[in-house]
Design a protein around this ligand. Structure first.
Ligand SMILES: NC(=O)c1ccc[n+]([C@@H]2O[C@H](COP(=O)([O-])OP(=O)(O)OC[C@H]3O[C@@H](n4cnc5c(N)ncnc54)[C@H](OP(=O)(O)O)[C@@H]3O)[C@@H](O)[C@H]2O)c1
Length: 285
């Protein structure tokens, strides 16, 4: 297949490009330097030029606190941008797989959220992504919306590298939030799954996350122990951090549709930490 990727230079997009190539697809990546998804004209002319069969939409404004500070920009990129990409896909007859987020939920549910739960975002990023989902679903294109959570990977700023950065400073004790729970998801694993899903005749929403739910505090503990660091961790609450955007307390997503379709789920973050630490050390050299 000919597959286009938006946000191809981002953390997930970089791995999606690699996964597509490894699966034998012709892949065409674009990021902000190629065209801006907030312009319909630019989006459509790029798609008409390359005429893909499918598109994986990874481009987004992803900094949750920056979205809170710039709600118009967040809605412009995430919602209007997704409308432009999906509508242009519809026009050329390409399917779209749009990547979405656990932050479309408020986190008040005790159990993991399924694809059948109603969205109820509590911050600007979440509401802009919920609007993006509605735009994609209403665009007329054949679509999949893949909600994921707590991404980390080799090619971007992420929690694993942030914790390793702190460890390097020789700090004695690190405060980490212990009252948000979610599933860390390795972008390389998600990229392979997004590639697999391309040929699946399923329209609609799918939850695709790593296979183990934990708190940020638990995740930091696993990272430091894998790295052989003896830094102490102190559990703190979300309110202690005083961040501009609220975060859902429960970000866990039940991968129900994946299971119903008989597809394998992604494994635990624990299987990926050795590789992440090696990649981090490589970047330090
Ligand atoms: N990171 C997470 O924990 C997480 C969790 C759940 C879901 N997601 C979703 O997963 C997807 C990929 O996330 P990621 O973490 O890989 O994000 P990322 O690293 O920030 O990549 C997004 C890419 O989109 C580009 N972009 C931003 N505005 C654009 C525009 N107007 N036109 C064209 N390109 C634009 C960005 O360029 P600049 O860097 O120059 O802005 C960046 O290269 C997003 O849809 C995100 O909402 C992420």
């Amino acid at each position: 297949m000919r597959v286009a990727v938006t946000g191809a230079a981002g953390m997930l997009g970089t791995d999606v490009m690699q996964a597509l190539a490894a699966a034998g697809h012709v892949c065409i990546g674009a990021d902000i330097d190629d065209f801006d998804i907030t312009s319909y004209r630019a989006t459509e002319s790029w798609l008409l030029k390359y005429n893909p069969d499918a598109l994986i939409h990874c481009a987004a404004m992803t900094d949750v606190d920056a979205c809170e500070a710039q709600p118009e920009q967040a809605h412009l990129i995430n919602a209007v941008g997704s409308w432009n990409v999906a509508t242009a896909c519809c026009k050329i007859g390409a399917s779209i797989t749009a990547v979405s987020t656990d932050y479309v939920f408020d986190g008040a549910k005790a159990e993991p959220y399924t694809e059948y739960d109603r969205v109820c975002p509590i911050n600007v990023y979440g509401s802009s992504k919920a609007a993006a989902e509605a735009m994609v679903a209403g665009s007329g294109a054949k679509y999949k919306i893949v909600r994921t959570s707590w991404l980390y990977g080799y090619n971007g700023r992420n929690f694993v590298y942030a914790i390793l950065d702190k460890a390097k400073t020789g700090i004695g004790c690190l405060n980490v939030v212990n009252d948000q729970r979610g599933a860390p998801t390795f972008t390389r694993n998600l990229a392979v799954k997004l590639t697999e899903l391309l040929t699946l005749p399923h329209n609609g929403i799918l939850h695709v996350t790593g296979g183990e739910v934990c708190s940020w505090y638990d995740f930091a503990g696993a990272i430091l122990s894998t790295a052989g660091s003896d830094i102490k961790l102190r559990p703190i609450s979300t309110t202690d951090l005083n961040r501009p955007a609220r975060r859902p307390a429960n970000s866990a997503l039940n991968n129900l549709t994946l299971e119903n379709l008989g597809l394998n789920k992604i494994g635990s973050f624990r299987d990926t930490l050795d590789g992440m630490i090696r990649a981090y050390e490589e970047k330090q050299r």
